[in-house]
Write a protein that binds this ligand. Structure first.
Ligand code: NAG
Ligand code: NAG
Ligand code: NAG
Ligand code: NAG
Ligand code: NAG
Ligand code: NAG
Ligand code: NAG
Ligand code: NAG
Ligand code: NAG
Ligand code: NAG
Length: 660
């Protein structure tokens, strides 16, 4: 090993000729003769980390980037999620938390370079891998292929996105040194080279001939075969489970010369609901990095800061013919935690980096303060069915048989399917989802009374009895369109008929729900509140913060499953009953220290007898509700026993030590 040398390399290969032909002072290219990148004509190697602006509140972008810079990185790698920026066909949003160019400028101001991965497909454990749901309103579309409907939408989007990117390219005075085309395309079933060729031509036509375009794939033969294309530099991705020498050997089959690149070196891993929290040993991660740097490889660490799947943005994998939704936290056991704090892993990585390049002077910013605001009661309850008019303001659709979310242009969240029992059912019979046709959860109510839940791949029937004309409501939850697996055409809602015993139910009223608008702009509802704990219902409360609004973590003790909003912002899905995630990250930037902060919980199944949430000063990402509840109650007994002022939405300001 040795200090990375900035040697001026003079070669007469194609890369350097290109460099001379374009700009005397700013260029980025490949030196095939010396197996490295050239930046401004000088040998260059990047040590980069992935960060997703769409998983971090904008108020914290700069803080996270500064910490990455102070870790010794010289580049960051970012995805661009198409569906975040084009929510409906032809409707574009690049403002506020979607200000991609503002984010790129922040990165540039810190002196970091950018490796951009604009898709159009990104995976990223993000809703539908970044593809817009509305592509599926054309049911026969074949995603990620040269299917004309797909290409037409892609071309229109890239025609908007890529012109914004062009001025940010390195040789144009910006900081983007390279651009990835598609994403792990070799893992997709289609293996459609015409699609990759088409993308290559479109990227070239908007970005020009000079920019370095590349692909990233796993190291399996089939992945590299279907994911690579002449004209796109082939890179690989792999983690600790692979032998570094052998993995780069796979890249060498496709790129015999040129820089070694691991575009996704895994610092941790994602979490699925119902499986233990993933972690990756810090020492091992740091040692793996060292091995690659010793080979003079370029490395991007995925993730360096994971962040949060706020709202409905979490995706789902499709493994072993089973739908596996991703948790709200995207902590990833990354060097910077979900809340943006440096971890031991960060320091271990930084120490390794310091052996290869000079670290910036100055201290690493310390962790941001966290605050345990304690318990907040949620005394106002209103059943979801009682405010159907508020959350589904337009008339319901009528259809003989169920229609999908996509058919009714419902992007995410929930739709309600309502019908009447066609005859008396004195003895319980099964309400069944034909062919596993509930995507992804269905909460069943009869005359407003909760009767049970159907779950994709897991629970196929609920017993029902009742009378002719009873109202059957089926609230269907979209848990995220599949982002990785064989096929991303994952239609939502009731995608097949429901049967009751032997008969197919028909004559449905279908209510698309826009809960988020109501919670943000029309809350609390004026409807009379109701008692009870079962069935889909909203629970509302409020709290004040002391003089300053710190980051905090909200726990849902005794709750089952649903969504939670703070001041109208959708923090994401909670599901402590399934775990492992027990708390949701609440950025202090959402809280207001000079006003009441409103908490709204939508519980889909059964709420606790005492509806309240608990704000902690640390996350709980690995547990089941049972085990974790015991710990918390145990160490905060004094708090739990104090009387709760339900009536006036009691406010707590006292800092409480909840956990050792
Ligand atoms: C990695 O693979 C190389 C080549 O096959 C081998 O020489 C080396 O021992 C392996 N390293 C480890 C840690 O297994
Ligand atoms: C998470 O919890 C499971 C089950 O208790 C345990 O097996 C696993 O080791 C834990 N993982 C971490 C990272 O703590
Ligand atoms: C990480 O692995 C090292 C050995 O590589 C071991 O000494 C250490 O205890 C491990 N740390 C954790 C937290 O498991
Ligand atoms: C549902 O009803 C059937 C009889 O129709 C019965 O065999 C079955 O055990 C019931 N299932 C449940 C979960 O109650
Ligand atoms: C993809 O999924 C859709 C919807 O389930 C299905 O119609 C289509 O046949 C699938 N395509 C492939 C190639 O599996
Ligand atoms: C539901 O059943 C009807 C009648 O058999 C059939 O025409 C229709 O195609 C079915 N719908 C779905 C989505 O399977
Ligand atoms: C809820 O329960 C309380 C206490 O039992 C009762 O006073 C109140 O009238 C009930 N409210 C409704 C809407 O049923
Ligand atoms: C903020 O509140 C804390 C106690 O909650 C107090 O110690 C501190 O002085 C306050 N700061 C300001 C600026 O009021
Ligand atoms: C906080 O609340 C005050 C009082 O309602 C309001 O004037 C102010 O705009 C709010 N600040 C933020 C950041 O929401
Ligand atoms: C928590 O409860 C367990 C038993 O339930 C007990 O062993 C432990 O000492 C308690 N911890 C604290 C901090 O009270």
């Amino acid at each position: 090993m040795g200090l990375w040398m900035y040697v001026l390399v003079v070669v007469l290969g194609p890369g350097s000729l290109k460099f001379q032909a374009t700009s005397a002072d700013r260029s980025f290219s490949i030196d095939y003769a010396n197996n490295c990148f050239l930046k401004d004509g000088v040998k260059f190697r990047y040590i980069s980390g992935s960060i997703h602006y769409f998983r971090i509140p904008p108020a914290y972008w700069k803080d996270r980037l500064l910490k990455m810079y102070m870790s010794g990185l010289n580049a960051v790698q970012i995805y661009v999620p198409w569906n975040y920026h084009e929510p409906l066909p032809g409707v574009y949003n690049f403002a506020g938390d979607r200000d991609l160019e503002g984010f790129l400028d922040l990165v540039a101001n810190l002196g970091l370079l950018v490796i951009l991965r604009p898709g159009p497909y990104i995976c990223a454990e993000w809703e539908m891998g970044g593809l817009p749901f509305w592509l599926l309103t054309e049911p026969d579309i074949v995603l990620r292929t040269s299917n004309p409907d797909f290409l037409q939408a892609v071309d229109k989007w890239l025609g908007v996105l890529l012109p914004k990117i062009k001025p940010h390219l390195y040789h144009n005075g910006g900081n983007i040194i390279s651009v990835q085309v598609e994403n792990e395309y070799g893992s997709y079933f289609a293996c459609d080279y015409n699609y990759l060729r088409h993308l290559l031509a479109v990227f070239r036509s908007y970005l020009g001939e000079e920019v370095l375009l590349f692909t990233t794939d796993g190291t399996k033969e089939s992945e590299l075969r279907c994911g690579t294309l002449q004209g796109l530099y082939a890179t690989v991705d792999f983690g600790l489970d692979e032998n570094v020498t052998e993995a780069f050997g796979k890249q060498r089959i496709y790129e015999p010369k040129g820089p070694l690149v691991n575009s996704e070196y895994y610092t941790g891993w994602l979490d699925y609901w119902g499986e233990p929290h993933s972690t990756q040993n810090a020492t091992d991660v740091a040692q793996g990095l060292q091995k690659m740097l010793e080979l003079e490889a370029n490395v991007n660490m995925y993730m360096f800061q994971g962040g949060t799947n706020f709202g409905y943005w979490s995706g789902a994998d499709y493994n072993e013919n089973t739908y596996n939704p991703i948790t709200t936290s995207y902590d990833y056991d990354a060097p910077l935690s979900e809340a943006g704090d440096p971890t031991d892993k960060l320091y271990a990585i930084r120490t390794i980096i310091s052996k290869f390049q000079v670290l910036p002077a100055g201290p690493m910013p310390p962790p941001t303060p966290k605050f345990a605001y304690g318990y907040v009661p949620l005394p106002e309850r209103v059943a979801l069915l009682d405010i159907l008019g508020l959350i589904s303001p337009s008339l319901p659709f009528y259809s003989s048989f169920p229609l999908t979310f996509e058919a009714l242009k419902q992007p995410h969240g929930f739709m309600l399917y309502r019908t009447l029992l066609p005859h008396d059912i004195p003895e319980p019979v099964q309400l069944t989802a034909f062919q596993n046709g509930v995507h992804d959860f269905a909460y069943i109510l009869l005359n407003g009374v909760y009767r049970g839940t159907l779950e994709r791949n897991r629970v196929h029937g609920v017993n029902i009895s009742g009378k002719l004309g009873d109202t059957l409501d089926v609230l269907v939850e979209n848990m995220g369109h599949i982002n990785f697996g064989a096929n991303e055409s994952d239609f939502k809602g009731l995608i097949h008929n429901l049967t009751l015993g032997s008969i197919i139910l028909h004559n449905w009223l279908i209510y698309p729900l826009d809960i988020d608008s109501a919670v943000a702009h029309a809350w609390p509802p004026t409807t009379t509140t109701s008692n009870g704990t079962t069935g889909p219902a909203f629970y509302t409360g409020a709290f004040t913060t002391p003089n300053i609004s710190h980051d905090t973590f909200v726990k849902l003790p005794g709750w089952n499953k649903g969504q939670i909003w703070i001041n109208g912002f959708n923090l994401g899905r909670f599901w402590p009953a399934r775990g492992p995630q027990q708390t949701l990250f609440v950025p202090g930037s959402l809280l207001n220290s000079s006003a009441l902060n409103t908490v709204v919980v939508l519980e889909l199944e059964v709420a606790p007898e005492m509806p309240r949430v608990l704000f902690l000063d640390r996350p709980l990402l690995n547990g089941t509700s049972h085990s974790v509840d015991r710990d918390v109650t145990n160490s905060s007994l004094h708090l739990a026993m104090e009387p709760l002022k339900f009536a006036d939405m009691a406010v707590r300001e006292k800092k409480v030590e909840l956990l050792p």
